[in-house]
Design a protein around this ligand. Structure first.
Ligand code: ATP
Ligand code: MG
Length: 492
């Protein structure tokens, strides 16, 4: 038997022998509870960030950088979770980020709440497998109930898309700018979709961050924005109309040998020759570029040698070519999707003929903390619109759907028998608990019995169905996974 240890610190009787783990009947339960405590701790850490009344977190990274954010996925990514069960919750949030992009706090809070419910069931002596199976069935039912109350959306219905995008921005630090940011997110995605598309690749939306101005200066650029500035060291042009752009992945500088070798020149005529050859080499390259009718040159960043040296810059100036260097490798991919001009020290390429389906967003803000958070918030809003492309249905926000599902599940529980009924009821309570805990005062006014759910729709708080269903499914899956674990083996 491999050596085993539990992450729990509590002392338990020390069994020795081959089948020690099997004799120790208390161990699986103890491990399960220890996992639950660790996972719930993670959930508690982000719970206060949920909703428009949620608080923000200040994170100091190991490099000493400071991040201020409300985004669940970002907070959890920075938490150095050591406990394996805690790590599962961090992964859960990341999974929601991939699937839906929003709801990364909700999913973890929900998992925490479900874990609490599961714990109660275990205390009642119900077997973990039964709890897990019942929870999975309850989650399928919950998704069904949500689909029933969802309303279909048309991608041409800009109003609905805008409402959903601004709901996702409600809970962010930059929420007062949602009237600027929501339309940007909606327009960016709208430009990428066709009436038949069932998904959007958000890599085609490039967010370029720039410190300066305010968040209100954030704009959608028809074309491409590059963070790099034009190289004007040799006095070359910085603006070009009717641009013909070339992207090159080689360098315009004297080549370097692969190996360290020494060339000894002891004659100044030879010296002259070497310099001349170098110039000729560069001149040939520059002439070829000019011959291709190019007048704007984007050069990929190089770490081995200078992307472009002074001599080449001089030639390019004389040939009247705009030079932008240090373009990152991943930007090259984005740029080459466009058939291929300048401002606040960024390069703008606009008015592109036959452009591919890509857009750029120039995110501005007074300092880097704000710009970074603006980017993350835009990401959420973009994801929300993408969710609506994937699954064209909306539901209300503000806890209304959770209460609805909770109520129906608890009704359904009454039609069930035995332990499953208990588990369904516990699952139903967990959904409600989540709402009561998390959204606090703001939604205390939502009273299902008085039928005030419509309020939330009048308040224009709507969210994509996919965000909530994915949160419910993923959270339940993780909880069930945790429930079924009965031993912990550390592999070395
Ligand atoms: N104006 C509002 N009134 C009531 N509830 C709201 C309002 N706007 C948003 N909400 C609710 O806030 C919750 C979302 O909060 P938040 O955005 O902080 O968390 P998240 O979406 O789970 O995580 P993240 O955005 O960090 O990925 C949703 O349940 C949403 O319905
Ligand atoms: Mg959100």
């Amino acid at each position: 038997m491999a050596s085993k240890s539990t992450p729990s610190t509590s002392s338990r009787p020390n069994f020795t022998g081959v089948n020690a783990a099997f004799k120790d009947k208390g161990k699986p339960m103890e491990l399960r509870l220890s996992n639950m405590v660790a996972a719930k701790a993670i959930s508690d850490a982000v719970r206060t960030s949920l909703g428009p009344r949620g608080m923000d977190k200040m994170i100091q990274t190991s490099k000493g950088e400071v991040i201020v954010t409300n985004d669940g996925a970002t907070i959890l990514k920075s938490i150095q979770a050591l406990h394996p069960a805690a790590k599962m919750l961090v992964d859960l949030s990341a999974a929601q980020d991939v699937e839906a992009g929003d709801g990364t706090t909700s999913v973890v809070v929900l998992a925490g709440s479900l874990l609490g419910a599961a714990e109660k069931m275990l205390e009642k002596g119900i077997h973990p497998t039964i709890v897990a199976e019942s929870f999975l069935r309850a989650s399928a039912k919950a998704v069904e109930y949500l689909e029933e109350i969802s309303t279909p959306v048309d991608l041409n219905d800009r109003g609905s898309l805008l409402r959903a995008a601004s709901t996702s921005l409600n809970s962010k630090i930059v929420s007062q700018y949602s009237s600027t940011l929501a339309p940007i997110a909606v327009d960016a995605v709208s430009r990428l979709v066709t009436p038949t598309s069932s998904n959007v690749d958000l890599r085609d939306v490039r967010i370029v961050k720039k410190v300066g101005g305010t968040i209100e200066d954030t704009e959608l650029v028809e074309g491409v924005v590059l963070n790099q500035t034009c190289v004007a060291a040799a006095g070359g042009p910085t603006r070009m109309e009717k641009a013909k752009i070339a992207i090159i992945q080689f360098q315009l500088s004297a080549p370097k040998p692969d190996m360290d070798n020494t060339v000894v020149i002891n004659d100044y005529r030879q010296m002259d020759k070497v310099i001349k050859e170098g110039r000729q080499y560069l001149l040939n390259l520059c002439k070829k570029i000019k011959k291709a009718n190019c007048n704007v040159l984007l050069i990929q960043k190089s770490i081995l040698r200078d992307a472009v040296d002074e001599i080449a810059l001089n030639f390019l100036k004389r040939l009247n070519i705009v030079v932008v260097k240090d373009v990152e490798r991943d930007e090259i991919n984005f740029l080459s999707k466009n058939v291929k001009i300048n401002d606040v020290k960024v390069v703008r390429i606009t008015g592109i003929k036959n452009r591919g389906r890509t857009v750029s967003i120039l995110a501005m803000g007074s300092n880097s903390l704000v710009v970074e958070e603006t980017e993350r918030s835009l990401h959420d809003a973009l994801c929300v619109v993408r969710c609506l492309v994937k699954k064209r249905a909306l539901i209300g926000g503000g806890g209304a759907p959770e209460i609805h599902v909770s109520r129906l599940l608890s009704q359904h529980a009454q039609s069930l028998k035995g332990m499953e009924a208990y588990c369904f009821q516990a699952y139903a309570d967990a959904l409600e608990l989540r709402n009561r805990h998390a959204l606090g005062e703001r939604n205390a006014g939502i009273n299902v019995r008085k039928g005030l759910i419509s309020n939330i729709l009048e308040e224009e708080v709507v969210q994509p169905l996919l965000v909530t269903t994915s949160a419910i499914e993923l959270a339940t899956e993780t909880v069930c996974l945790l429930l079924k674990i009965d031993d912990y083996v550390q592999a070395r």
